[in-house]
Design a protein around this ligand. Structure first.
Ligand code: HEM
Length: 406
């Protein structure tokens, strides 16, 4: 006889226990030992890889970002109106499939590969002024500026506007922070400014198509059906936002881990073809996206538990990525050994799997290979300051690094 989820005796995930640093993985591993399901203030957290994968591939669990206002008790009209607009992340069913079909051709491994020479040029350009010194604040000097020229190159947007994109991305992604209620006005202002910028960019490009993503999206057609103007604006914004904050935080997470594992850094410098595995292991070991949210679109029965319609569920990527049933030696950072079987979940899974996964992988692989070569004897040069645990896209706020000058 299935049990209603709220009748289960479950351990609680106390947000206070998740400190700012990477210790979250120990807290989650401890909870995973106790139960596959844990209560949190909003709903329930999945602690095992298998269950997170099952939820993320189940069409009945819908992406929860459209409930952000409700979850945070936000009544601001401007914010509520924005939440009604189309979004690839919160779209479901036919609407979501149609958007994915229209944009996926632009995000193949081949289209990411075309940008690799440019990625190497950008990362080398950022390192050139730093290597003689042998020290840097890696987040500000390298991570912040790295992904944006690449996104601009992909889209065909002016690169000189990168600082503006960077600021918009930081401000707007406060929607995924537990501090959102304090930032509603800022988020709306930045979103409106980005709307105006992107709408103008699209208008200009309509009359002057080029070989870039912006022109491809404008032309994207499926059986005669084009993307609407609102969808076009939304997709371009999704690429600018999702393609910026994620990659830069992930790169900082990776370097923080390598600074703690110098033998692995040496190995990568000596064998640059390990960059792909180093990237995957960094995603797994210390991911910038640490989980996501879903809500039950109808009553869902799973593992003999009934989750009533509206229940919020949070697959924890941190827990899944350190699940000993899936990964041997999960607490070990190891770029050399091929990890067999399942993939980490840092890029998501299933219907909403990261659209930019090929691009993100290519950016990290190219950056890591160059960095390992040009920053030998990498070490911390002070304490890492971590972003608060409640931010949606997480990583070091500052990462002071030293290395042998050249
Ligand atoms: C390290 C870098 C990145 C990480 C860790 C990351 C992570 C994720 C995750 C976890 C999801 C799924 C969210 C969910 O299921 O609720 C996602 C979706 C998405 N990502 Fe990424 N991402 C990264 C880079 C990028 C880049 C470079 C782009 C675009 C150029 C991008 C565009 C998107 C879009 C548009 C979605 C929504 C897809 C959908 O709902 O169908 N991401 N990403």
């Amino acid at each position: 006889m299935p049990t209603l989820v709220n009748e289960l005796e479950l351990p609680e995930l106390d947000a206070q226990r998740i400190g700012a640093g990477p210790d979250a993985r120990d807290v989650l591993a401890d909870l995973a030992e106790q139960s596959w399901l844990v209560r949190n203030p909003f709903g329930y957290v999945l602690t095992r890889h298998e269950d997170s994968v099952a939820a993320l591939r189940d069409h009945r669990w819908h992406q929860a970002s459209r409930l952000l206002a409700q979850m945070n008790n936000i009544t601001d009209e401007r914010f509520l109106r924005r939440q009604q607009r189309p979004s690839i992340l919160s779209a479901e069913g036919e609407e979501h499939q149609r958007l994915r079909r229209l944009v996926s051709p632009a995000f193949t491994p081949r289209s990411a590969d075309r940008l690799r020479p440019f990625m190497r040029q950008v990362i080398n350009g950022l390192l050139d002024p730093l290597v003689a010194d042998g020290r840097c604040e890696f987040v500000a000097d390298v991570c912040e500026p790295y992904p944006i020229p690449i996104i601009c190159e992909l889209l065909g947007a002016p690169k000189e506007d990168w600082k503006q994109f960077s600021e918009w991305a930081t401000t707007i992604f406060q929607i995924f922070s537990d501090q959102l209620p304090h930032h509603v006005a800022e988020v709306c202002d930045a979103s409106e400014a980005l709307d105006a910028y992107v709408s103008e960019l699209i208008e200009t490009r309509r009359g002057d198509p080029r070989d870039d993503l912006l022109s491809d999206l404008i032309a994207a057609e499926e059986e005669g059906e084009r993307l609407s103007n609102a969808e076009l604006v939304m997709l371009v914004e999704a690429v600018i936002l999702a393609g910026t904050d994620t990659t830069r935080n992930q790169l900082a997470c990776a370097l923080a881990v390598f600074a703690d594992n110098p033998d692995q850094w040496v190995m990568l410098a000596e064998q640059p073809d390990l960059a792909a595995r180093a990237t995957e292991e960094s995603f797994r070991y210390l991911g910038a996206v640490r989980g996501t949210g879903r809500f039950a679109s109808e009553d869902i029965s799973y593992r003999d538990v009934v989750f009533p319609a509206g229940t919020l569920l949070f697959p924890s990527f941190i827990a899944a990525n350190h699940d000993g049933a899936v990964f041997d030696n999960p607490m070990l950072f190891d770029i050399e050994t091929e990890r067999s079987g399942a993939s980490h979940l840092t890029l998501g899974f299933g219907l909403h799997y990261c659209l930019g996964a090929n691009l993100a992988r290519a950016e990290l692989q190219e950056a890591l290979a160059v960095l390992a070569k040009r920053m030998p004897n990498l070490r911390l040069d002070g304490e890492i300051s971590w972003k608060p645990a409640g931010v949606g896209i997480w990583g070091p706020a500052s990462l002071p690094l030293a290395f042998d000058p050249s």
